[in-house]
Every structure is written in C-alpha cells, then in structure tokens.
Design a protein around this ligand. Structure first.
Ligand SMILES: Cc1cc2nc3c(=O)[nH]c(=O)nc-3n(C[C@H](O)[C@H](O)[C@H](O)COP(=O)(O)OP(=O)(O)OC[C@H]3O[C@@H](n4cnc5c(N)ncnc54)[C@H](O)[C@@H]3O)c2cc1C
Ligand SMILES: [Zn+2]
Length: 618
C-alpha cells in the first residue's frame, strides 16, 4: 500500500520534532548538516520515532535549501544533505514507515525580504534532490505565507505524482497572518492539488483543536495536524516546552474527532509524544462526517470616526491644503511647543505633523504630544511612525493606542538609520519595511491585526508614504510612490525641496499619480544650517544658488533667517501653482517662521483659487 492509499484507509501517525529535540540535547548549529557529520545520531532520532509508532516519518531537511544554508556558508551542500537525509530516514523506516521529504517555509514575518523567484529556484533544487532519492511524498511545512506555499505546491504538483502534504503555520487560531481564514487557506491548497492540507507548529494542541473545529472535511484532500508540545518558555536562557505525553493522547483523539487523518508533532515534541498519539488514535477509522459549529459572531465592523473630520488625502484631493511639521522637544519642557501648536492652529493649518525621533534622536513621544495638542487646541495631528524603533508587538500596540486616542492621520516610514543619531549603537528593529507598515495599517482598517486576529472593530487610518525627490534618478523615486500606492498609501509627503527647477521637475514626473502630494518646504535659518542639511542629512540637496544666498549672511543671524524666509517664499510661489498640498517644516521649534509662512501660503492658495475662478484643481 502506498502513502496515498494508506491516507484513505486509516488515521496515520506522523513523527515529532527534529530541531527542538536536537536543541534539547545541547546542539545549537545547522541541524541539517548533521545528516553528513553525525549520521548515526540522526538515524537514532528517526528510529526512536519509528519505534514510537510513527507511520510517516520526515527527512531532516526542513532548512536544507540554499537560502537558509547560506547563513552557515553551506549553500553548496544542498544535494549532499538532502540525499543523505532521505537515505537515513529510509534506513530507519525499514519499509515499515513512509518517508516524506520535508521542505520548510522560508518567508517569516518579513514577507518581502525574499522574492518569489528566489524561493522558486531554491525550492526546485531541494525538491529534485528529494525526488531523486525516491521519497514516498513531500511535506511542505511551517508556511506563514500562503502565496509562498501555493507557489511551491504548484511546482511540486508539476514535477511529481507523489502525495503532497501542505501545511500552514498560524499565530492565532483559525486565521493566517494576512487575515485569510484557515478554511479559505486549506480550501485553496486543496484546489491547487494538495493531497493533505493542514496546520503545523506555532500553536499547541489546545489552539490547534480549536482551529480545526471550524474546518469542514475537505472534499478531495485529507486533514493533517502537527501541534507543538505546548507554548514555549525561557528557562535558564533556553527555550523549553512543557511535556505531558498523556495530554497528547487526549489531544490526538480530539484532533481525530475534528477530522485529522495524519497527526504528528512539531516543536517540543519527542518520541514519547508520538507514542501517546499512536495510543490515542489506535484502531480509529477516519471521521467521514463532521458537524460544524454555528459561525462565530463577526467582528464589529462599524467605522469608529472619533474625529469626524475629512482625512488629509481627501482634503488635498479637493482643495489646496497646508500641513506643518512641529517636532516634539528633545528636552522635557513643553511650553514653547504648546505655544507653537496653538499659533499654527490659529493660523489655519489642516494638520500639525509630529516626527518620530527623526534623525534617530529621541524626543518626547510624538503620540503623547499629538494627544495633548488634539485635546487642548482641537488640532488634527499627523503622527509619523518609523519602523526603526518598534518591533511588531510594539507597532501593533502603538497603532491600537493611536486609534483609541482618535488620531487617524499617519505617515509610515522606515526611519533614519540609528547610525546618524544620538545612540549610534542602538538596535534598529525593522520588523517591517515602510511598505509592509502601510499595508498593515490598511489591514487594521479592515479590523484585522498583523497576526490575522480580529481587532473587534475597524480602525479609520489614512496613511501617507514618504517621498524623497532629492535623488539622482527621480523616476525611480516616483516608481517607489507607485509601489507604495499598491500597498495602500493614500497620499505622499515629500522631503524639503530647495530649487524652483526641481519643483517643476517633480511636478512633471508625478502628474500622472492620482494620490495627492504634499510638497516639502523647510525654511533655512543660517548658512551653517544650509551646509549641514546639504552635506549631512540624508535625502536633502540644496541648489548652489540657495547655498550662496545663505552664505552672504553668514555672520548676521537675523538677516540670515530673513533670507531663509525669503527663499522659502519664492519656493512657495512656485509650489502652490503646481501642488495642492504644502508641507512646511518648522526648524528648531522656531514656529514663528512657519506661522508667518502659513499665512503666506494660505494667501497664495486663496489667490490661486480666485484667479482660477474656483475651478483650479491641480
Ligand atoms: C516626509 C518625511 C518625513 C519623515 N519623518 C521621519 C521621522 O519622523 N523619523 C525618521 O526617523 N525619519 C523620518 N523620515 C526619513 C525617512 O525615514 C527616511 O528618509 C527613509 O529612508 C525614506 O523614506 P521611507 O522610509 O518611506 O523609505 P522607503 O521608500 O521605504 O525606502 C527608501 C530606500 O531605502 C531602502 N530601504 C528601505 N529600508 C531599508 C533597510 N532596512 N535597509 C536597507 N535599505 C532599505 C529601500 O529599498 C529604498 O530604496 C522622513 C522622511 C520624509 C520624506
Ligand atoms: Zn515547529
């Protein structure tokens, strides 16, 4: 009987973990390399699983692809490792257990870090090695990204008639990271030709049973489940799992009742767990019919618009608009900041934007200041969010907090590198890129968290992306905007521009883009300030003429500031003709300057509208 036939006949027992078992022995290296250097030990692990009653064992090849092996400088060993792995598993199975070739998912939370093309190349190479050694089936496991799993599944389907097992990993019961329900995901995998569809890793038995409760029995495929032993914890600096094989016995029965026909174990499980599964499902025929519970109540999807104000992208799409950046102080005194916010609000800005530790230098939390000025002066704050300072947990919590405070205008950015700031040795997190963050915020607007969990209600965020036009290849920067739009960006805010010619060039290069652009203008305050921005601040370039104008007043601070304002005004004169959105940046909390410029912009914008007889929409 082959594996396909066996899956139709009875409930099969899979094996347990390889990686965590080796780790529990104190081994902390490339586990797949051990197929070559410690063949006997790997053989013994397989034998232990076979002796525990595993009908299906898997090769020790979870990460035996060139992408993962590169980390160890072992990318040339793909063929050797995979063939040795199959031989060892077959030797242990002695024809009594089936041997499936394991291929693990590559994409984790950083979805876009590795391209699909690269994944395809790497998968093909590993697949051919496993097929060449004549495995009984292929096990695709621990896939967080459904796009990746369906891609490799389709390649495998083209290359072999052997049974294909496709398993996703989930953080939350019943739902994938991108919000796809487990039912939808497994149905898709079945449609793409998987013979077995299921879930492995990440969740312990409790949550895995709960996940399967909502899953109908697939029509053509069969269900599988490989839970972890438990949730892990740290003990003496090492990750450990709780182990109670008896608990696994009852859990295996429950999984069987939910329709699973192939039940094994993932991280933290040992041969004892597999023995318990084998006892639990011994002689049990596969379930042929299953009653699904009533659907759970869907999340509250009502939009919660605490501001009840139009979003900035709507404003800039319909009329001239002005926003002003006023960054939180670097010291604890907030008096001048609050005076500035009030003055700018009185001047009629549509929003005050608050940077997120720009130049990688800490300031009072922009959320704290945004919340205060919102409450005190009814300002509509726009909060910048850098991916640099918060991991996924911090980001999610931050976004939930912003929603709760009624702050709905966000700018999603990568963040200036820590190297340039006050703490050059600080860690840069970058769990997400700016593109991922834009996408993630939009996912929250659908009421779904990053891990796919319901948020209980939809957020109402409008998301801007950053635009850096001060680059040699402007078209590439514009391409980046187009990409950000596909990820959900509603509009753009640019770095300051210091040349009238450049403003025109940007207009020409972006006029086909439907999303509004707020064009950046930052008044200079001295020649030193101009030289610093030009020579040291990433993404800023000043024209020679402007630098020369500032240089003229090198020793006269008042006249230098006046010259800076005058330069800003001439840039504004050009910019208001070309862009609906003007974004002023306040230098060093000198809000009097941006207050004066706000009045100037508004006057210009009003004149533009009057001249055009109300029909001038740029
Ligand atoms: C309007 C505006 C406001 C800003 N506010 C802040 C702020 O409040 N706080 C702050 O710290 N910074 C701020 N910045 C600076 C910003 O974070 C950086 O300039 C950024 O790199 C450019 O914008 P982005 O984050 O959207 O980059 P992206 O468009 O995402 O990327 C820019 C380039 O860098 C590459 N890149 C992205 N991530 C990485 C990475 N991890 N490693 C290597 N390359 C990478 C991309 O591939 C791309 O080529 C702001 C910039 C603008 C324009
Ligand atoms: Zn696992």
């Amino acid at each position: 009987m082959n594996l396909k036939e066996a899956l139709q006949e009875k409930t099969l027992v899979g094996d347990g973990a390889m990686g965590t078992l080796l780790y529990s022995y104190g081994i902390d290296q490339c586990f797949e390399e051990l197929n070559l250097s410690h063949a006997k030990e790997i053989l013994n692990v397989h034998k232990a699983y076979v002796n525990s009653g595993a009908d299906v064992i898997q090769t020790n090849t979870y990460g035996a692809n060139y992408i993962k092996l590169e980390r160890y400088g072992l990318e040339e060993k793909v063929k050797e490792m995979n063939s040795a792995a199959v031989k060892l598993a077959k030797q242990a199975a002695e024809g009594k257990s089936f041997v499936v070739g394991t291929v693990g998912g590559i994409r984790g939370i950083k979805k876009n870090a590795i391209s699909l093309d690269e994944i395809k190349r790497s998968f093909r190479e590993q697949l051919y090695c496993l097929l060449f050694e004549e495995v009984d089936g292929i096990l695709l496991e621990t896939f967080y990204d459904l796009e990746e799993l369906t891609t490799v599944l389709q390649i495998a389907k083209q290359e072999t008639n052997l049974p294909l097992i496709a398993q996703v990993s989930i953080h939350e019961p019943g739902v994938l990271q991108d919000g796809t329900t487990l039912t939808e995901a497994l149905t898709l995998l079945e449609d793409k030709g998987a013979d077995v569809v299921g879930v492995n890793c990440r969740l312990g038995p409790h949550h895995m049973i709960e996940s399967l409760e909502d899953i109908p029995l697939p029509e053509k495929a069969v269900l599988s489940a490989y839970p972890n032993a438990s949730l892990p914890t740290y003990q003496d600096g090492r990750l450990v799992y709780k182990t109670d094989p008896d608990y696994f016995k009852t859990s295996a029965r429950a999984l069987h009742e939910q329709g699973a026909r192939l039940i094994g174990g993932c991280c933290g499980t040992t041969p004892e767990h597999i023995e318990a599964i084998a006892e639990g499902v011994k002689g049990k025929k596969p379930i042929e019919h299953k009653n699904l519970p009533f659907p759970k109540t869907s999340p509250q999807t009502k939009l919660e618009d605490k501001n009840n104000r139009p979003h900035l992208h709507d404003i800039a799409a319909s009329r001239p608009s002005i926003i002003v950046e006023l960054d939180p102080p670097k010291r604890l005194n907030t008096q001048r900041y609050l005076e500035g916010a009030q003055a700018l609000n009185n001047a009629g800005v549509d929003s005050i934007t608050l940077a997120d530790n720009s130049l990688a230098t800490p300031r009072i939390s922009n959320t704290a200041m945004a919340s205060i000025i919102k409450q005190k002066f009814d300002v509509n704050p726009l909060v910048h969010i850098a991916c640099r300072d918060r991991n996924l947990i911090g980001l999610q919590s931050h976004l939930m907090g912003l929603h709760t405070l009624g702050i709905t205008e966000l700018l999603a950015i990568t963040g200036d590198p820590t190297k340039i700031g006050d703490f050059p040795g600080a860690t840069s997190v970058y769990d997400l890129t700016s593109l991922d963050l834009i996408h993630y915020i939009k996912q929250m607007n659908k009421g779904v968290s990053y891990s796919g969990k319901s948020l209980g209600m939809n957020t109402n965020f409008s998301v801007a992306g950053a635009f850096n036009p001060n680059v040699r290849n402007l078209n590439r920067a514009v391409g980046r905007l187009e990409k950000k739009i596909t990820y959900g960006a509603d509009y753009f805010i640019s770095q300051p521009v210091y040349s009238e010619e450049k403003l025109k060039e940007i207009y020409e290069a972006t006029k086909h883009i439907s999303a509004p652009i707020y064009i950046g203008i930052m008044p200079l305050i001295s020649a030193r300030n101009a030289e610093f921005l030009h020579n040291e601040v990433p993404g800023m370039t000043l024209s020679t003429e402007i630098r020369q104008r500032m240089e003229l007043f090198n020793n006269d601070p008042d006249r230098a500031q006046a010259e800076g304002i005058s330069i800003a005004k001439s840039l504004i004169d050009v910019a208001v003709d070309l862009f609906n959105g003007i974004y002023l940046i306040t230098p060093f909390l000198r809000y009097e300057i941006t207050e004066e410029l706000t009045y100037y912009v508004k006057q210009k914008q009003n004149r533009e509208r009057t001249v055009a007889n109300g029909s001038h929409i740029i």
